[in-house]
Design a protein around this ligand. Structure first.
Ligand code: COA
Length: 522
């Protein structure tokens, strides 16, 4: 494979300035991550620990194999909302290994409003299940939750993707042969009782775990019966009387041991073989991405310079180098795994769309996972382009992206605007994973354009106070996106290579279906 030769002079003033500005963005990112992960001073955390309970992230660490990575998703879910009362939306989700087998772990954080669910918690839980289902991953639920956060019930209870969808998914996952294990480490109330009740096997911690459809106050109100939580649905009740739980654990460590033992005999997945060769580090330091990452999205980015700091050995064999040059397509490897890279290098034109669609078809047939590197302001506009059928050609790319049978990983490193978001495997196009760099932006268009469009439609009737520029600026930030789970998390550019490699190996847990058509030359 050809090696990219970097033309960046890292001693140039513009490069150094970018490193400095980007480092500030990274500091903000790190302090925001820290604020939701390290909550030592939080009274709820202190109280939780004083009860002899482990934090959700510590439970995951104990459960997963030593010295193996855990890909935590959507750490900043709910960030900037609810007066910051729901760090990580009160639930930790991610993929790790137990006894060498990759699995999805979904853990309630009881230190966040008793582990109750707001809309982002439900969304995060459902996303975890979606990833497990799509990639054939066994699922472990570490349950410690008071169910629905009651003041928010209207936003999360009854709709298609509401709280009830969790148990619907459990049934579908079970029908698809995906093992599901629950460890009840605390409360499991009302609808939440169905998480352990619908798992294949359930472990419950003595004098700590409880499962009931209606808690003691509700029972008292409904029937007048007075009963303690332990008598109603404690570990003794469920392992000896009701049979709702299958394993009695002495404590959390014992529960984790039982779960790990169960995993010993869970069969390995029938995985998709992606040819894996030895890993070569990029020729250029990934930290140099701080000097190259776009901050002002109006400035062009040399995408080859970015690929050179992500790809193994900075190697990239380009496909159709001289055609439709606003999209760059080519073959590469990341952490030894094969990858087809589709990256933006300007507006999407008809030629670029055809080139992208053609390349996706090839990747489908050769079973090469695709990495979309998004920095797109949209499809090209104007009479000339409409006349030559940009909508028809763009449709081919969108169709190819939507129906691709190989794993798709999307990294938004710059802008993600308009239909360009769709054509480059935005969230609605079901990429297996979608990550954003801290500086990236996402929206239907930029604020200035939106203001101009409205002005031209409404003319003088446009409300003088309407300020779409500020609104769009706020709503297009990566933090706004990640808070609402439009992505799987914000990542440090330096970690892109590691995370994309991990994402591809996770996606290899399921065999790719065969493509339905041959390769249509565009
Ligand atoms: N809705 C809204 N808020 C809730 C809640 C719920 N379902 N469950 C707990 N909370 C809040 C509490 O008000 C408290 O808020 P605060 O920190 O602002 O004071 C916080 O979560 C922690 O609750 P607390 O009871 O102090 O913690 P705990 O660890 O002792 O007990 C529970 C946790 C979940 C066992 C307990 O709060 C409980 O039984 N909640 C009700 C569960 C329920 O009936 N759910 C049915 C809804 S489907």
């Amino acid at each position: 494979m050809k090696q990219i030769k970097s033309n960046t002079d890292t001693s140039d003033g513009w490069f150094k300035d970018n490193v400095e500005s980007y480092s500030q963005l990274i500091n903000t990112y790190r302090s925001r991550m820290k604020s939701v992960i390290n909550r030592e001073e939080d009274s709820a955390v202190i109280r939780h620990r004083s009860r002899g309970k482990f934090d959700a992230r510590s439970r995951i660490e104990l459960l997963t194999d030593e010295n193996t990575p855990f890909l935590e998703l959507s750490v900043l879910a709910a960030f900037g909302q609810y007066d910051e009362q729901f760090p990580s939306a009160g639930i930790i989700t991610g993929i790790g290994k137990i006894h060498g087998k990759m699995c999805m772990i979904i853990a309630n954080d009881a230190t966040v409003k008793g582990g109750t669910y707001i809309s982002e918690t439900v969304k995060k839980h459902l996303r975890g299940q979606e990833i497990a289902l799509k990639n054939n991953l066994p699922c472990v639920y570490l349950v410690d939750s008071g169910g629905i956060f009651l003041p928010e019930q209207s936003r999360i209870f009854p709709d298609h993707d509401g709280f009830g969808r969790i148990f619907y998914n459990q049934s579908q996952m079970s029908a698809a042969g995906i093992p599901q294990i629950s460890i009840v480490m605390g409360s499991c109330t009302a609808g939440g009782a169905y998480v352990p009740a619908m798992s294949d096997e359930t472990i419950i911690v003595k004098n700590q775990g409880t499962i009931f459809i209606g808690g003691p106050p509700l029972v008292k109100a409904a029937t007048g019966e007075e009963v303690t939580a332990e008598e109603l649905g404690g570990a003794f009740v469920h392992t000896r009387i009701s049979g709702v739980a299958d394993h009695l654990a002495e404590n959390e460590i014992d529960a984790i041991r039982i779960c790990r033992n169960i995993f010993e005999l869970i069969p390995q997945n029938d995985s998709q073989h992606f040819e894996n060769v030895s890993i070569e580090e990029p020729l250029y330091d990934p930290f140099e991405l701080y000097g190259l990452a776009p901050i002002d999205l109006k400035k062009p980015v040399n995408i080859y310079e970015i690929i050179a700091r992500i790809a193994d050995g900075s190697k990239f064999e380009e496909f159709k180098q001289y055609y439709g040059e606003t999209i760059i397509t080519g073959y590469s490897r990341i952490l030894g795994l094969p990858v087809g890279i589709i990256a933006n290098n300007g507006f999407l034109t008809s030629e670029a769309s055809l080139k992208g669609a053609h390349f996706i078809e090839i990747c489908n047939f050769r079973k090469i996972p695709i990495l979309f590197l998004q920095n797109i302001s949209g499809f090209i506009v104007g009479k000339k382009y409409e006349h030559e059928g940009i909508a028809r050609n763009g449709a081919k790319l969108i169709h190819a992206v939507a129906t691709a049978v190989v794993p798709k990983i999307t990294v938004i490193f710059g802008g993600s605007f308009g239909a360009g978001n769709y054509a480059m495997a935005g969230r609605a196009y079901n990429p297996d994973f979608l990550f954003m760099w801290p500086s990236s932006k996402i929206g239907v268009m930029g604020g200035q354009q939106a203001q101009q469009v409205l002005k031209s439609i409404k003319g003088n009737t446009l409300d003088r106070n309407s300020n779409l520029i500020n609104q769009f600026e706020e709503e297009s930030s990566a933090y706004f996106s990640t808070s609402r789970l439009w992505d799987d998390g914000i990542i440090d550019p330096v970690d892109t290579r590691k995370i994309v490699g991990l994402a591809i190996s996770i996606a290899s847990n399921k065999k790719c279906p065969e493509p339905k058509n041959g390769i249509f030359r565009m």
